[in-house]
Design a protein around this ligand. Structure first.
Ligand code: ZN
Length: 79
């Protein structure tokens, strides 16, 4: 039985090796960040105010109809 316990400790040593793999995972996280920027650049849409013609950059997850014009307060619409 004690011998089996030591075997488990050796397994933890292998886990440290996996820790190096986690470092690589952090690199993937940076890749995700770049992907977000690409989405913003990819959309490039704008919402236009039908009342005064003011335009604002379209935000992800926020429909233009839910945006309020910063100048006159009217609901924005898709350009
Ligand atoms: Zn407006």
């Amino acid at each position: 039985m004690p011998g089996q316990g030591q075997g488990t400790r050796q397994g933890q040593g292998t886990g440290q090796g996996q820790g190096t793999g986690q470092g690589q995972g952090a690199g993937k996280g940076q890749g995700r960040g770049m992907g977000r920027g690409g989405r913003r650049l990819g959309q490039g849409g704008e919402c236009v105010c039908p009342n005064c013609g003011n335009t604002i950059p379209h935000r992800l997850g926020v429909p233009c109809l839910d945006e309020s014009c910063p100048q006159c307060g009217s609901n924005m619409s898709r350009q």
